[in-house]
Design a protein. Structure first.
Length: 141
């Protein structure tokens, strides 16, 4: 389980680092922000899509392991299931977070920043520590 935890932690940290790198690049002026600020129709569609995506991602990311079939798979197959479902959970939460961060700087719309922060606040609840991986692959009494 230690190997699975390390791999999941690598993905966890890597995607957070990508979001932080975007922030650093845009804030330092290396990349130009506000490139799509004049495109209001595109902004509306992107805002609507990312609001829905963020809501679904937050729910799925936090509740994924509680679904009966997934929980049963985690109990029976342990490490392979934890790797597969844990990776899915991290991607469900962190990919929209990175996209929201990027869109924030493209449109300079604070809504995307808030959506990214919502997903960032979900991350401590799914951090793939060894103890959490073991707890999530054992039967609850």
């Amino acid at each position: 389980m230690k190997k699975v935890s390390k791999l999941l932690t690598l993905v966890f940290v890597s995607l957070v680092a990508v979001a932080l790198a975007l922030v650093a690049l845009y804030e330092s002026g290396v990349l130009e922000s506000g490139a799509l600020a004049d495109s209001k129709q595109t902004e509306f569609v992107a805002t609507t899509a990312m609001e829905l995506t963020t809501l679904v991602a937050a729910f799925l990311g936090l509740r994924l392991f509680k679904f009966p079939k997934i929980h049963a798979d985690l109990i029976t197959r342990k490490e392979p299931a934890m790797l597969m479902w844990g990776m899915l959970r991290l991607l469900v939460l962190e990919v929209p977070m990175v996209v929201n961060t990027y869109l924030y700087y493209m449109f300079m719309n604070p809504t995307f920043g808030y959506l990214a922060i919502i997903l960032l606040l979900c991350l401590p609840f799914v951090m793939p520590t060894v103890g959490r991986c073991i707890d999530e692959t054992t039967e609850e009494v």
